[in-house]
Design a protein around this ligand. Structure first.
Ligand SMILES: Cc1cc2nc3c(=O)[nH]c(=O)nc-3n(C[C@H](O)[C@H](O)[C@H](O)COP(=O)(O)OP(=O)(O)OC[C@H]3O[C@@H](n4cnc5c(N)ncnc54)[C@H](O)[C@@H]3O)c2cc1C
Length: 428
């Protein structure tokens, strides 16, 4: 029976980060990936914030195949028949080192896997892990392709539904309220068209989020990120809200409606869809985090619930990278002690606690409840749309004064509801 120092299940960002840090220190590491190649099964909206993980992998970033650095931020409140957009751009976003980049996982993960193999880790693709091996009450390896593969420690990096963590008893049953489902298209467009349509020069990029009618008023939103020669366009919708919708609509139908919107259609005109994917995302925030370690196992990335949606930022990739890195550090320490029990591996939790990862999740523990306020997805886009419609209206006769126009919308009941909603901001 084969025995490795470490088996990593899943060659996404979390698994590859763990394997990179381990192989870098000479640890014998086997990475098992069910996809044809790393990146083939991985879905992201498409924007990575590099700053929090820049120092963890200093040799990686200079050559990383990232797409465009983001210099334009945009948020659109989409009402049924109109929309209101806010934009932000600043010199700091144009100045290197850049804060965030668009990224295509099929390209990035494949490249990262090559760096991991160069460090000496072994990667097996097209290999589905179907179970974990247990010995004396602890995880002692995995079952893959009918073979039993043993290891001192197993890293569960197999994403949001983590069968590995579940089989090890570290993944309680899912509740739909703690997950969202995303659908995404990569639409190929020439770089000149992207530059013209989004007012970009060189390798600058744009990020846009859409709230409201994009998801038919359900919790979630739309996103658009510009890549070098494509745009990533998609929708994310809370699973519970999606299942409860009345009348029920399919995700592909919502996506087609979204693409036909006047705010979107001109941006993707003449584009060719070259990739279509759907995937789940953890949305539980701090309270939705899964157990992080057990005897002989560590859980990283989406498998542990490390994705955080604040409405204006959606982040999972750098948490995946960082959790993989800190899992590797905990394993290195466990190797020194020659003990892979839960008590020793608890070092992983301590390292996360000291890092931006758990600090962010703790700081924003009110975020899941805040961003799920249904008024953000139905009422406010319609309200802002009507308000701006009336401000801009020039009727056939005399135009109303501005103050009565505003008062017509901002009546006492509305102001009180707004006050209650925005009081919740104080919890963030
Ligand atoms: C639509 C959408 C939009 C998003 N937008 C953003 C964004 O803009 N920015 C951001 O930072 N984050 C975003 N996220 C979240 C981010 O993509 C994830 O947090 C991140 O990809 C998690 O990485 P991971 O390595 O933990 O998991 P994954 O990337 O899912 O990797 C898990 C790997 O394990 C493999 N695997 C699974 N089961 C097995 C098995 N049994 N045996 C072998 N291999 C297995 C899979 O094939 C996969 O390669 C988004 C997610 C979605 C779905």
């Amino acid at each position: 029976m084969e025995k490795f120092d470490v088996i990593v299940v899943g060659a996404g960002l979390a698994g590859l980060a763990a394997a990179h840090a381990l192989a870098d220190r000479g640890v014998e590491c086997l990475v098992l990936e069910r996809g044809d190649y790393p990146g083939s099964k991985n879905v992201t909206g498409g924007r990575i914030y590099v700053n929090p993980v820049r120092d963890l992998f200093p040799d990686l970033w200079p050559d990383a195949p990232l797409e465009r650095f983001i210099v334009h931020e945009g948020v659109t409140l989409m009402a049924k028949e109109r929309s209101v957009s806010f934009g932000y751009s600043g010199d700091e976003l144009r100045t290197a080192p850049h804060q965030s980049y668009s990224v295509l996982r099929a390209r990035f993960d494949r490249w990262l896997a090559e760096r991991v193999e160069e460090k000496g880790a072994m990667l097996l693709t097209k290999t589905l892990v179907t179970d974990v091996l247990r010995e004396g009450g602890r995880v002692a390896g995995v079952v893959a392709g009918g073979d039993e593969l043993r290891a001192d420690v197993v890293v569960a990096a197999d994403g949001v539904l983590s069968l590995t963590a579940e089989r090890a008893g570290l993944h309680p049953p899912l509740t739909p309220r703690e997950y969202a489902v995303g659908v995404k298209e990569v639409i190929a467009l020439p770089a000149e068209k992207i530059a013209d349509r989004f007012q970009l020069t060189g390798n600058e990029g744009a990020a846009r989020l859409f709230v409201g009618a994009a998801t038919a008023g359900l919790f979630g939103g739309g996103f658009l990120y510009t890549n070098r020669e494509s745009v990533s366009l998609g929708l994310v919708i809370g699973i519970a809200e999606f299942l409860e919708q009345d009348p029920p609509r399919d995700l592909p139908v919502l996506m087609e409606d979204f693409k036909r919107r006047p705010e979107i259609a001109p941006l993707i005109r003449d584009g060719v869809t070259v990739e279509y994917a759907a995937h789940m995302i953890p949305e539980g925030g701090f309270r939705g985090l899964q157990p992080l370690y057990g005897d002989g196992m560590l859980v990283v990335g989406d498998a542990a619930g490390f994705a955080l949606n604040l409405g204006f930022t959606v982040r999972g990739m750098e948490y995946a990278l960082a959790s993989g890195y800190y899992a590797a550090q905990a394993i290195l320490k466990a190797r020194e002690a020659g003990d892979y029990g839960a008590e020793t591996l608890a070092e992983y939790g301590r390292l996360l606690q000291e890092s931006f990862v758990l600090k962010d999740f703790q700081s924003f523990q009110a975020a899941p409840a805040f961003v799920k306020n249904p008024r953000f997805f139905g009422h406010y886009p319609e309200f802002m749309g009507r308000l701006l419609r009336d401000i801009h209206a020039v009727p056939g006769g005399p135009k109303d004064r501005l103050y009565p126009t505003l008062r017509g919308h901002l009546h006492l009941r509305e102001l009180w509801s707004m006050f209650k909603d925005f009081r919740e901001v104080t919890k963030l």
